[in-house]
Unconditional design. Structure first.
Length: 170
């Protein structure tokens, strides 16, 4: 199955699901005080805070209600599950040190994963965050394993899914 939107395209492996959405500007992860300082006088959002695409790819059924970094989805993961989030940052991030890596990460290894990399800790789960730039667009690839001990078994499919993902310039 092909999935395409907002200049992002991927071919899903059998048994995989995916969604490409644009997060709601009012649902940004900034604290309320930060949000109010980012609005202009007419109530619009500053260019740096315009919503960007968020991609969720998983080898399990994705719940309809998910946070940008997979809250909701990680709560239902089982041992053999893997969730990939591609979170796009604004154009001001391109060229910064954090996003110096070029190209889609397609070689995730078990040693890259740790429970300390999780947004929220769940027993047995492990995560990995890699920041990168493709086609002058800045992303975080946040990947969660349902169980760290299943990394060697599930990462080949995760890597194949990332390799099948293309990002075009805006």
């Amino acid at each position: 199955m092909n999935l395409q939107s907002h200049g992002i395209e991927t071919t899903l492996l059998p048994g995989w699901e995916g969604r490409i959405t644009v997060r709601n500007a009012s649902a940004t992860s900034a604290a309320p005080a930060e949000r109010s300082s980012q609005a202009t006088g007419d109530g619009s959002i500053l260019a740096a805070e315009r919503p960007n695409p968020v991609v969720h790819l998983a080898n399990f059924a994705l719940p309809e209600q998910r946070g940008d970094f997979g809250s909701g989805a990680v709560d239902v993961m089982t041992d053999g599950d893997v969730l990939i989030v591609l979170f796009e940052y604004g154009p001001e991030s391109v060229g910064t040190a954090l996003f110096k890596r070029r190209g889609m990460p397609t070689n995730l290894t078990p040693t890259m994963f740790s429970s300390s990399a999780l947004q929220r800790t769940h027993a047995g789960q492990a995560g990995c965050q890699l920041f990168f730039t493709v086609e002058n667009r800045a992303f975080c690839c946040y990947t969660v394993l349902g169980r760290q001990s299943s990394a060697a078994r599930v990462l080949p499919q995760a890597n194949a899914t990332l390799a099948a993902t293309r990002i075009t310039p805006r």
